[in-house]
Design a protein around this ligand. Sequence first.
Ligand SMILES: [Zn+2]
Length: 441
Amino acid sequence: MLKALQGAVTAAHVDSWTGRREAQVGGMKPAGAPLIALFLACARFNAVTLFADESASDATSGSASGGQAVSELNTQGVRAAQQGQWELGVGYLRRAVKVNPRDVLLRQNLSGILTDWAIQLERSGDAAQAERLLLEAVTDDPDNGVAFVRLGDLAYFRRSDFSGAIASWKRANGKLSPAEWRAVADRISQAQRDATIEQDFVSEGTEHFDIRLSHRGTADLEALGRLLETAYAALVEQLGSGPSKLTVIVYTERDMRRTYYQRDWALGFYDGRLRLLGRELGTDVAPMMVAHELAHAFLQHAYGPALPIWVHEGFAQLQERDPSTRPPAEAGGLAQDVAPAGLRQPRTDDELRLEEAVAGGDAWVPLKWLDRRFAQPSYREDVGRAYVQARLVVAELIRRRGVARFKTFLDAVAKGTPVDAAYDAAFAPDHWAETDRPILK
Ligand SMILES: [Zn+2]
């Protein structure tokens, strides 16, 4: 079962509180890697500035003591935000802006902190409050492109409000780096295709999902809802928490191909929305497909956009089983997925042969090149091999070093540690350099 998950684009700016945010992470994926930019975890590095007292004094209207006070409020506001005390920080900056409403720097700082706070709130599930803060952020600083992007994301991912999302995203034009804007422009095109395909769709809600499909569709919505919620619960057991709300779109074959070109081998996609092929939903494949795609959403939620594709695909494949038949989780959750036999049973002779070829070395791809096989396969078989290798490698790493160290690895990569260094630290005495050759012995 092959699916696509493409890479991620992260915003990455500036300065005075770098190092603080987990969102610092990824930066751009290697050139050429992302076909579909994942955007939801894109980060804001605010140009929040602790400006010198003089500039504040100059900026304020009149008295030196007024300038002093504004400067002090700004400093305290930024420091509070640096410590994650968002409400306090915003409070100081709001007071400063009230004293001197025309100070652009103060407004930018307030806008930036509001944006970061909103991102935290959205991650923890409070999208409504996040949206209010973002609207305030773009009022304070109409050049805050990232806030416009996040507003568009909320409209798109939470409400499938395509026109609202596109309008917000377009307002970010000229306010992002060229690479960031390219990713936004791609997303606008995607949303335009979605709007056409989904114009007559109806939706049905469950606790964690908004399921959308054509009103002519025949999928068993109740069964799909149960499947999704069961897979959701299984992933919560392993990763702690997941996205508070996810949109799932059920496609006909034809609509799926209109949604994503050139991916005719895929049964599902996750690009912030979970896109599934309806004809598979009544089959044995359905629980696996759902668990796999949902695993991507959970990884994205927990670790942001910096994880290599092979980590995503390896982990997602280890979730491919019917969660309703899963034995109760042991401590550590994940471990049972790969122990004691180590690997899920291969489903076909072809897959078994491929596993042997990968493990033996004939079909081994140095790990540092593996992501390219997903993103830029030279022929279809490439993708199949990449999936098999990703699954074997992730299973082997967990078998060898345990779940806790695998999660340490994910955490480190999420926080911006390069993959090689994170690998060496988490999986010692194994070394990244050794992954040029097969490590499955
Ligand atoms: Zn996948």
